[in-house]
Design a protein around this ligand. Structure first.
Ligand code: SF4
Length: 363
């Protein structure tokens, strides 16, 4: 049995104006060191924990994803030893994917060497915009040229590298003119690109309407296609063969384990959510075992694992859910889904715009 593992690092240089993810900007080097030590201990014991949960005496890692926050704010080298233990005897090693999210300001030759030394083979860099005024308003702390230089340095160490972008930030001209304003990316050598629409959970003023953002996303999709990146999930584009295996595993309904504050997991029927934040009673608790475990029914489990696939170009197989058929066939008639064979349904381009409401109806 192979595991997909996500490790969360809740530290940032500063808080970006649009972000509502769980992270903090005021950590000290000592905080981060303690956190890494907790993760190291967790990684060492995880093998034992998984071999009992998964009833496999020798579980292997299929994918590993370090996300945040900004994982690279931490010295990750103490994790080299437990990660090496995991990789020993990996039968699926050629398939192993180890991604780290990077902030452009964290990109230095020394950091990239450190990432190589712990086995990282894929980089996802948060660029968000190529418009300097927007980057300033977001509080990102770099310009578009800084980001281009950082990405070139990443590419000199890791071929499998991509970026994240956000459309719909107030005043960002990219939303209305994505094809033209993203054009410099044609020379970056992108293997992957995620394009998200702003989730305005911080209540920013002047956000463009949904239709404008959707047009921006279509325009970005056209541009990415023109440079060889195919859409394989609602928000994700890749050169064929460079899709994010970790996220695909989650969308395809595989188990995944979450380590670190705020991380979630799905193992069999269990859904786990780790402890969030510090309390006066426990100021030094950094991460650790899941604090909440919910057990779902077998039917709910199958439903969740099946539905997630609708986001991808795999589509969903309705053969175990005949009760979905009338709604799915109606979506086909409305041009939102296409039917493949007897039971598989896939989003059309129009369907990708309303995937959430389709899912809501099926849940
Ligand atoms: S660096 Fe990332 S996680 Fe941190 S505040 Fe900015 S967007 Fe959020």
């Amino acid at each position: 049995m192979a595991a997909n593992l996500y490790v969360h690092f809740p530290f940032c240089r500063s808080r970006c104006s649009y972000c509502s993810l769980y992270s903090r900007a005021n950590s000290t080097a000592a905080d981060r060191e303690r956190y890494i030590e907790s993760i190291r201990v967790e990684l060492e014991s995880l093998r034992v924990r998984l071999s009992s949960t998964l009833t496999d005496p020798n579980p292997t890692l299929k994918t590993l994803y370090f996300g945040g926050g900004s994982p690279a704010l931490c010295d990750l080298s103490p994790l080299r030893v437990p990660l090496k233990q995991w990789k020993k005897g990996q039968t699926c090693f050629p398939l192993f994917e180890f991604t780290v999210e990077l902030h452009p300001l964290d990109v230095t030759p020394a950091k990239l060497d450190e990432l190589k030394s712990i086995g990282v083979n894929r980089i996802s860099m948060g660029v968000q915009s190529l418009d300097d005024a927007t980057l300033r308003a977001m509080g990102r702390g770099y310009t578009a040229s800084d980001a281009a230089r950082a990405f070139a340095l990443v590419k000199s160490h890791f071929d499998n590298a991509g970026i994240d972008l956000i459309l719909g930030y107030p005043g960002d001209p990219t939303t209305r003119n994505a094809e033209a304003l993203l054009a410099p990316l044609a020379n970056w050598g992108l293997r992957h690109c995620s394009v998200y629409s702003l989730q305005n959970e911080r209540g920013l003023k002047g956000v463009p309407d949904d239709e404008t953002v959707l047009d921006g996303i279509k325009s970005a999709a056209r541009f990415l296609k023109s440079i060889g990146l195919e859409r394989y999930e609602i928000s994700n584009y890749a050169t064929p063969g460079f899709e994010c295996r970790h996220n695909l595993a989650v969308w395809r309904g595989e188990d995944y384990v979450g380590l670190g504050e705020g991380a979630c997991g799905r193992i069999g029927l269990a859904r786990t959510r780790n402890w969030w934040g510090q309390t006066p009673q426990n100021p030094n608790k950094h991460c650790g075992s899941a604090t909440s475990v919910e057990t779902v029914s077998e039917k709910e489990d199958l439903k969740e694992r099946t539905l997630f696939r609708l986001r991808t170009r795999d589509g969903i197989d309705s053969s175990r859910f005949p009760e979905w058929r009338p709604a799915l066939d109606r979506f086909v008639a409305e041009g939102l889904l296409t039917k493949i064979g007897e039971s598989v349904y896939r989003l059309t381009e129009r369907g990708t715009e309303v995937c959430d409401s389709i899912l809501e109806e099926l849940v």
